[in-house]
Design a protein around this ligand. Structure first.
Ligand SMILES: C[S@@+](CC[C@H](N)C(=O)[O-])C[C@H]1O[C@@H](n2cnc3c(N)ncnc32)[C@H](O)[C@@H]1O
Length: 296
């Protein structure tokens, strides 16, 4: 431990426990913290300080069936958090789920992309990550391993610089819209976090609009996560919304493919189109369907 961690650094311990003689995770954290302090004090004569918020090093302690595994948290925040989110909405998808939807859709940057229920833009941003082969941690300012004694900043910066980025041959055409003005504000705020060279290579059109008022899309790939149940809409409104969405796709999106993540299986029927493909997806605890529609 002392190879990675010096007494001048602050630390904290986070515990998860199950099926063990200790049942209180705070108490377990306290015991582990005391053991770490004792060890470093015995070796160096100095006592490291505990700092619960933003410590230099976070220890992850897992006690399961009375076996304890102690690790450094080298990430500090979950990997799916890409750090482009200045603003988040209540119903935003997790980045990793949005990335999976883009992957399953087989969207390729040569095809124009639209999300007509964009919320904060997670789906389009994940598509941009894919198109440019951006590493997931590109925008993150901090990782847990930055505070390790042996962390080499220069090498890390070099690695980021020399990453195998891809610059698509043509400017990406991406459209996003939402009926809620605050969603579009979130998209703009988030988009500003991307590097200038990425933003220059994307023609991103944003529009505040109910989807019914949109002109339509020919030859597009549409990927969306329309609202469902747990949000504020009444059931009746949602039924109508899904029926109108089906009509919109049928009438206004020729030669396109539409992919919808729907969290209420009853609402799928209201769309009135037969999906050519579907898969079961969990959005947190909500069992959803990811559906593909071929539109002619
Ligand atoms: C489940 S959220 C989408 C979340 C988004 N994928 C994200 O990660 O932030 C559904 C979005 O649909 C929008 N919405 C609801 N009714 C709409 C309508 N009739 N037309 C367009 N957008 C609508 C809501 O404002 C909300 O932002």
């Amino acid at each position: 431990m002392e190879r990675f961690f010096s007494p001048q650094q602050t630390f904290a311990v986070r515990t998860h426990l199950r099926d063990s003689f200790l049942t209180n995770s705070l108490y377990c954290s306290q015991l582990v913290k005391d053991a770490i302090v004792d060890r470093l004090r015995n070796i160096s004569g100095q006592r490291p300080a505990v700092q619960v918020e933003n410590p230099d090093l976070l220890f992850d302690c897992r006690l399961y069936k009375n076996r304890l595994l102690l690790s450094f948290d080298l990430s500090a925040s979950p990997f799916y958090q890409r750090a482009y989110r200045s603003r988040q909405l209540q119903a935003s998808l997790k980045e990793n789920l949005a990335a999976a939807l883009v992957e399953w859709s087989q969207w390729h940057y040569g095809q124009p992309l639209a999300d007509i229920f964009s919320g904060s833009g997670t789906i389009i941003f994940e598509a941009i990550y894919k198109a440019f082969n951006l590493p997931g941690g590109l925008l993150r300012k901090r990782f847990g391993f930055f505070n390790l004694e042996e962390f080499d900043r220069q090498n890390f910066d070099l690695l980021r610089k020399n990453w195998n980025y891809q610059i698509p041959e043509t400017r990406l055409k991406i459209f996003c819209s939402d009926s809620d003005a605050s969603a579009l504000k979130a998209v703009s705020a988030n988009w500003r976090n991307f590097p200038e060279w990425v933003r220059r290579a994307v023609e991103l059109t944003q529009q505040k609009s109910d989807f019914r008022q949109l002109k339509g899309f020919s030859g597009f790939c549409l990927i969306s996560n329309p609202p469902y149940g747990y949000r504020l809409q009444s059931e009746e409104n949602l039924s109508l919304l899904y029926k109108d969405l089906g009509d919109f796709l049928k009438r206004k999106c020729p030669a396109s493919k539409a992919f919808l993540l729907v969290g209420d299986l009853q609402l799928i029927k209201k769309i009135g189109l037969r999906p050519s493909w579907r898969r079961i997806v969990f959005n947190g605890p909500i069992e959803c369907r990811f559906l593909k529609y071929e539109l002619y």
